[in-house]
Design a protein around this ligand. Structure first.
Ligand SMILES: Nc1ncnc2c1ncn2[C@@H]1O[C@H](COP(=O)(O)OP(=O)(O)O)[C@@H](O)[C@H]1O
Ligand SMILES: CC(=O)N[C@@H](CCC(=O)OP(=O)(O)O)C(=O)O
Length: 300
């Protein structure tokens, strides 16, 4: 099918618009977090995979970190294992940890690897246990109890936080022209497995790789204010206020925390973008129309 001249001109304009971005980002590392909620639609999964492949082909180094919260929830339900969250983190006993490792390190990781490879890319999947990529320790969670003006430290089992990232495995894969696909499972000094929120892992990996961008794909248009309007850019002070008044809650809490930490640690920009929009990654990177919420260290 041939394009009419108007459409052909539009295609040329889009490619032309992309040129300065391609020049600017060549050789740069971009960490993309693919959330479990953004993963549900097959067409969207394919558009995501193709965006990642295109980034690689134009000389960028995409690194995929994935979640899989809903997929873990589905298997826990089938097994009649109850699950609950505290401040966006899944309380994880040993039985739940086995399921988390099975779903994230197995099903979901291989599904994304397969998706990229079947669209013509070259992906290799790992968990944080491979090559001791993600060293973790138990997360000591400080939880504000409703109605009380005090916080308590609560034990949420195998939930971990990142202690350090050994970038050797990632560098090796990038240098061999593979796209790394990383499941957010960490390993403690004694070999204990830890379930780590995928946003937090993506943020730390972006920090340790000194990435240019951290992109967090989710199922909303970006960070919303109390009226539901997407905030396009924001500062640390604004964020503190939005957390205090309850506008930011649940799964958005770790997302915002890791985005702020990443930009403070030297990642140039963090983006919370709508994974339900086809080609959201391409639109963010290669067009003048940035999408979602941009977080930078400027003005903080
Ligand atoms: N201020 C906010 N703006 C947008 N979403 C928010 C906000 N506060 C909480 N949320 C919730 O955070 C969710 C995204 O986090 P999460 O469910 O963990 O997604 P993902 O699986 O993509 O990591 C949104 O669907 C929304 O319900
Ligand atoms: C501690 C914790 O909550 N871990 C998450 C890990 C997966 C994840 O983060 O998935 P999404 O990005 O799809 O939410 C969980 O068990 O659901």
């Amino acid at each position: 099918m041939s394009l009419d001249s108007k459409s052909a001109l539009r295609v040329a304009e889009v490619l032309n618009e992309a040129l300065p971005y391609i020049q600017r980002f060549i050789g740069k590392t971009v960490v993309v977090k693919f959330g479990g909620n953004a993963m549900v639609d097959e067409a969207l999964q394919n558009s995501f995979a193709r965006d990642i492949i295109l980034m690689k082909l134009v000389g960028m180094n995409p690194v995929v970190v994935h979640g899989g919260g809903p997929q873990i929830g589905t298997l826990l339900d089938k097994l009649s294992i109850e699950s609950r969250f505290v401040d966006g983190m899944r309380v994880t006993d040993s039985e739940t940890m086995d399921v988390v490792e099975m779903v994230l390190g197995g099903t979901v990781n291989k599904q994304i690897v397969n998706l990229i490879n079947s669209n013509g890319g070259r992906a290799v999947g790992v968990t944080g246990k491979d090559g001791l990529l993600i060293r973790a320790r138990q997360l000591k969670m400080q939880h504000e109890t409703a109605g009380l003006h005090a916080s308590e430290i609560i034990d949420i089992g195998h939930v971990g936080e990142v202690e350090s990232i050994d970038t050797d495995v990632i560098d090796m894969l990038i240098n061999s022209d593979f796209i790394p696909v990383i499941a957010p499972i960490g390993v403690g000094e004694d070999g204990t497995s830890y379930n780590i929120n995928a946003d937090l892992v993506a943020g730390k990996i972006a920090e340790f790789l000194k990435a240019e961008k951290l992109m967090l794909l989710t199922n909303v248009g970006g960070l919303q204010d109390s009226e539901g309007m997407v905030l396009t850019g924001l500062s640390t002070l604004q964020v503190d206020g939005l957390i205090a008044d309850g506008t930011i809650y649940g799964g958005m809490l770790p997302k915002i925390a890791c985005a702020l930490d990443a930009v403070k640690a030297g990642v140039t920009s963090a983006h919370i973008i709508d994974g339900r929009v086809p080609h959201a990654v391409l639109l963010e990177i290669f067009t003048d129309t940035g999408v979602g919420t941009l977080i930078t260290n400027e003005g903080n």
